[in-house]
Design a protein around this ligand. Structure first.
Ligand code: CA
Length: 519
């Protein structure tokens, strides 16, 4: 076929495809965006982590089996509120203005978000569960989100804000959020429109209170230990070594559910619950010390964390069943993710914040039977700022120009395998509370990671993820790595420039200083 004929043929084929889709798909897809809080990918059995046999997640795995598992989805600022703001806006923290949980400004809900664009495109929208952005949700027809405890909500008898009105509920937060999500789908939404539901669990966030039903589910089981459980932070003493989030020294009486001594006044009890935060010695008995104590703390922590996830997985299952029973499975996109990753004893830690793999990586599973091949996997680098453009793209809505992320919809539907990012940019600000993690920015490519900790130290770290996937050996400063560092810095500064974060260190520090809270 000659070039001109080929073009004509292609045009006719495209027309045919369009009219085919026009006839067959009069409905836009529904979207359910499930997000839990602090659920690390390596705590989902589909990701094949060390807990896969002992603490499986069959319902999230079902999504992966019937859809796609993404293995290199990363957040751009590994902490609750900022990641949520980036997901909504498709922008980095320095563009959407939500830098930190502690001391920062409330989220500016006047700005562009993906729920707003969906609303403008005929969708009915809702959020149920955790919001954590300190301003009323916008672009959402219905909302029922956790208030109190710094917007973390409570595991038991939580108070929600339902479209502007505070409602005291009775029961376990994860099950309640699950119930309210189904209620909205079943009776509260406008059935004449396609829907988008943000279904957001507060679990498994600290202090990890499982439902009564699962409180003792792991009794008698010895949970496996991560490879880096006894990390000594050699080559990273001034960064990793200075953080205050270790299993050994920074879990509190409350975290560990230790029985309080008798006769404490209410004030003294509150103080006692917090002991451990600043490294105070905490133990359930006089005889439990040293490594045995550290291991006991880990077992207690990880069992509670995984037991909280049991309830999350149950409620994902109920939702999937609802979709099946109501003939909604085929035309509904279901995403499962978390606001960031988490340390599950990795490097001896709990919590997040660092640009190291376990807290940088977000789980991301997506099912869309009409377009995504069941049981597929994608290893491209994607970011939380890409979620908004991707969702809009899948809904055939136009992405606003000021969104910084880019759609990875085509790599999901295999229309284009070559739209992956070559590298990603990261920037974390909150310091010193909580957990004393120095502000840092950095670049991650497929193989390397370069990080600059800059607040009141000037420390660079370089990791070779191929030879050192656990990031134990900081190679920065090694003679044979100088050329590599030069190249990576060039790429890093390019990403800073492109994203509009090419500002002075002093400007970066001023965001950390705003409303700073000390230990
Ligand atoms: Ca979180």
């Amino acid at each position: 076929m000659r070039k001109k004929d080929r073009l004509l043929f292609g045009f006719l084929l495209a027309m045919a495809c369009n009219s085919f889709y026009g006839q067959q798909r009069s409905e836009k897809p529904n979207i359910i965006f499930i997000m839990s809080d602090d659920h690390a990918a390596h705590a989902i059995s589909a990701y094949n982590g060390i807990y896969k046999d002992v603490a499986p997640t069959p319902n999230i795995d079902r999504l992966a089996n019937e859809g796609m598992l993404m293995t290199n989805t990363f957040c751009t600022n590994s902490i609750c509120g900022p990641s949520r703001a980036s997901i909504l806006t498709g922008k980095y923290s320095h563009k959407n203005g939500f830098y930190k949980n502690v001391g920062g400004d409330p989220f500016d809900g006047g700005q562009q978000t993906f729920p707003k664009v969906l609303q403008q495109n005929g969708y009915t929208t809702a959020v149920v569960g955790k919001w954590h952005l300190w301003s009323e949700p916008t672009g959402l027809d219905y909302y029922k989100y956790h208030v109190l405890n710094e917007e973390q909500g409570s595991y038991w008898d939580p108070v929600y804000n339902e479209n502007g009105k505070e409602v005291q509920e009775k029961g376990y937060a994860t099950n309640l959020t699950g119930k309210f999500a189904l209620e909205w789908l079943d009776t509260k939404r406008d059935p004449s429109k396609p829907f988008m539901l943000m279904f957001q669990f507060k679990a498994p966030h600290r202090p990890w209170y499982p439902d009564e039903k699962y409180k003792n589910v792991f009794d008698g089981i010895d949970m496996p230990y991560p490879e880096t459980f006894n990390d000594d932070y050699k080559t990273r003493e001034r960064t990793a070594g200075k953080s205050m989030m270790s299993i050994e020294n920074h879990l509190t009486n409350k975290d560990l559910k230790i029985t309080p001594p008798e006769g404490l006044s209410s004030e003294a009890y509150k103080k006692w619950l917090r002991l451990g935060d600043k490294g105070e010695y905490v133990s359930p008995s006089d005889t439990l010390t040293g490594m045995a104590l550290k291991q006991w703390k880990y077992q207690t922590y990880i069992k509670d964390y995984l037991a909280c996830i049991r309830s999350v997985d149950d409620n994902v299952g109920k939702l999937l069943k609802y979709l099946d029973d109501n003939d909604l499975t085929k035309n509904t996109i279901v995403i499962y993710t978390a606001d960031q990753g988490f340390y599950l004893g990795d490097h001896g830690w709990y919590d997040k914040r660092f640009m190291y793999e376990e807290s940088l990586r977000m789980p991301f599973v997506i099912r869309y039977p009409e377009k995504i091949k069941a049981g597929s996997q994608n290893d491209d680098i994607n970011l939380n700022i890409d979620f908004a453009p991707t969702i809009l793209d899948l809904a055939s809505a136009k992405t606003p120009k000021d969104m910084q992320g880019k759609s990875f919809a085509k790599s999901l539907t295999k229309q284009n395998d070559n739209c992956a990012r070559e590298a990603m940019y990261y920037h974390y600000y909150e310091y010193p509370k909580w957990h004393n993690v120095q502000p840092h920015y950095g670049i991650r490519t497929e193989r390397y990671k370069l990080i600059h900790f800059y607040y009141d130290i000037d420390v660079w770290e370089l990791y070779d993820l191929e030879n050192d996937p656990n990031e134990l050996s900081n190679l920065y400063g090694k003679e044979d790595k100088k050329e590599l560092v030069k190249k990576l810095k060039k790429k890093l500064y390019k990403l800073q420039k492109e994203s509009g974060d090419d500002v002075s260190l002093e400007t970066m520090r001023s965001e950390t200083r705003k409303g700073m809270v000390h230990y």
